[in-house]
Ligand binder design. Structure first.
Ligand code: FRU
Length: 514
């Protein structure tokens, strides 16, 4: 038994499986997330990390190669099949990435409202090294341009009077022949005076075709847009219940531990469907959505009976803990073309713990289901704390009582951070922070435990200016076993592999089978 003196015990999670359509939602509790503070070193000096090396990403030097001189690059994924294998097509590796024009007059921090989906390709088998600073290989990715024709992804919105419209994260499946289905988030923002209202995120699918010859890779199609999902206000919070709602990042897959189930599933980032507070109840009711104001419950706190370190529900609510309502959503396709979907109850909620469980994915290993998701320090609820990076949960079924990995902390791959000091921001880091607190984000776990991400901000503590990123980070490797994982420091150079090392593990050519 761990020495929990001074800290509460974690919630007990059985990992037991439940039917996929049952109402059981696993809880990432405050008692669980409190374990992060338990393992954080309260004596870690200014500028250093307070978290164990086994759970943190090795440090990236602030001299790093630029992926593209044309565009900033952030959230990235590959061409996949239903098992998340990464497919090379006609000898080319292909990645999809959110991109924004480096030369359009806005800053890196304005990228979110200027995001387009772009793609890159390189010869399959390209090897790169993380050594050598800014002159190191950038992964040799060739920028192919935007995926969608200009204007195509804005057409779905009833109100065309948006001030910005963006393409946010998702996933791309290679189907039979050369058919692609791209799942992504189309968001309309209404920020113009006279038409100011909540952002409107939709999960969308668009079909295209991939072609490749000796000179490179190109697409056709991707013009028609299938509007798949908007939040229902019952399982998934709507923008009527909360104008700051998070709803995005579809990832589709089939259950690899139960191949007799040929359903196509989707996990996505959502929020629990309460009214943000009482002031939103009336509008929620008028829309036919749940009008109950958010409140933290004993189950959200998850303390064991009689734990002397437990918080009280009243104290957590008085501190406003109910403003953070992350969940990982689940939906299933009801037709083969995956243009029609129905919601199932969320797989996981982090009510009163954190507001964002982003880019969720299901990873299959040794008969287990690993739910990986990325989150931020700044989106934790009052009284909770943790690093930027990947959080992992393991269970015995797609729907199960998920156990947060690594001593119940849930941290699978955090950036180094000093939890004894303020967070600061990527553009204005705290003087006392680890220079690596914001080094990378939007990690995606690939076959074999490899993890890719993008560089956000390095340095900036102790009065230096941070170096901003917008390029692919060095790939790292997780060794995953049961409830535990460690960052493999023997991988690559001190644990860092090549910049943008995003290898295919499956080859396909001209309409051939996987
Ligand atoms: C993660 C993320 C995604 C979203 C995108 C927007 O980095 O917040 O959830 O799709 O960035 O830029």
């Amino acid at each position: 038994t761990p020495d929990n003196s001074g800290w509460p015990n974690a919630t007990q999670h059985s990992q037991a499986a439940y039917p996929v359509d049952s109402e059981f939602t696993a809880k990432w509790t405050r008692a669980d997330a409190m374990q992060i503070k338990r393992i954080s070193d309260p004596q870690a000096p200014s500028g250093s990390s307070s978290l164990p090396q086994d759970y943190t990403m090795p440090n990236i030097d602030n001299g790093f190669p630029t992926t593209s001189e044309d565009v900033w690059v952030w959230d990235t994924w590959t061409l996949t099949d239903a098992a998340a294998n990464q497919i090379s097509y006609n000898g080319w590796e292909v990645i999809f990435a959110l991109v924004a024009d480096r030369h359009a007059g806005y800053t890196f921090d304005d990228r979110h409202t200027n995001a387009r989906l772009g793609y890159f390709y390189r010869k399959a088998g390209t090897e790169t090294s993380a050594e050598g600073g800014a002159s190191a290989s950038n992964g040799e990715w060739i920028y192919g341009g935007h995926v969608f024709p200009d204007g195509a992804t804005g057409a779905i919105f009833d109100d065309q009077g948006y001030s910005h419209q963006t393409e946010w994260s998702g996933s791309t499946r290679l189907m039979e022949g050369n058919k692609l289905r791209t799942f992504f988030t189309s968001v309309a923002f209404y920020r113009d005076a006279g038409n100011e209202k909540a952002a409107d995120p939709h999960i969308v699918q668009s079909e295209g075709r991939i072609y490749a010859d000796d000179n490179g890779v190109w697409f056709t199609g991707f013009r028609d847009q299938h509007d798949l999902l908007v939040p229902d206000g019952h399982y998934y919070q709507s923008n009527v219940q909360n104008p700051y709602v998070n709803f995005r990042d579809p990832f589709t897959f089939r259950d690899q531990n139960n191949t007799s189930d040929t359903t196509d599933y989707m996990v996505f980032e959502g929020n629990s469907a309460y009214a943000r507070d009482a002031s939103f109840s009336e509008a929620a009711a008028a829309a036919g959505h749940n009008s109950t104001p958010a409140t933290c419950t004993e189950a959200d706190l998850g303390y064991q009976d009689g734990d002397p370190q437990a918080e009280t529900v009243d104290a957590v609510n008085e501190a406003g803990g109910y403003y953070q309502l992350a969940n990982v959503g689940l939906a299933r396709a009801t037709n083969k073309a995956m243009t029609s979907w129905e919601y199932l109850p969320p797989l996981l909620s982090g009510n009163c713990v954190n507001d964002q469980t982003e880019r969720p994915q299901i990873y299959f290993q040794d008969g287990k289901y690993y739910l990986f998701t990325i989150s931020h320090r700044s989106t934790y609820a009052s009284g909770m704390d943790g690093p930027e990076g990947v959080y992992g949960f393991v269970g015995n079924g797609l729907r199960s009582d998920y156990q947060p990995m690594n001593q119940s902390t849930g941290i699978a791959l955090g950036n180094e951070v000093n939890l004894n000091y303020n967070a600061g921001t990527p553009y204005e880091p705290d003087w006392n922070q680890s220079p690596y607190e914001f080094q990378s984000y939007s990690h995606y776990v690939m076959p074999g435990g490899l993890v890719e991400s993008f560089i956000d901000s390095i340095g900036g503590n102790h009065d230096n200016n941070p170096t901003r990123g917008g390029s692919l980070a060095p790939t790292v490797k997780l060794n995953i076993s049961g409830e535990n994982s460690t960052v493999d420091r023997a991988y690559g150079h001190n644990g860092l592999g090549g910049f943008g090392h995003i290898p295919a593990n499956t080859a396909r050519s001209n309409g051939g089978d996987v």
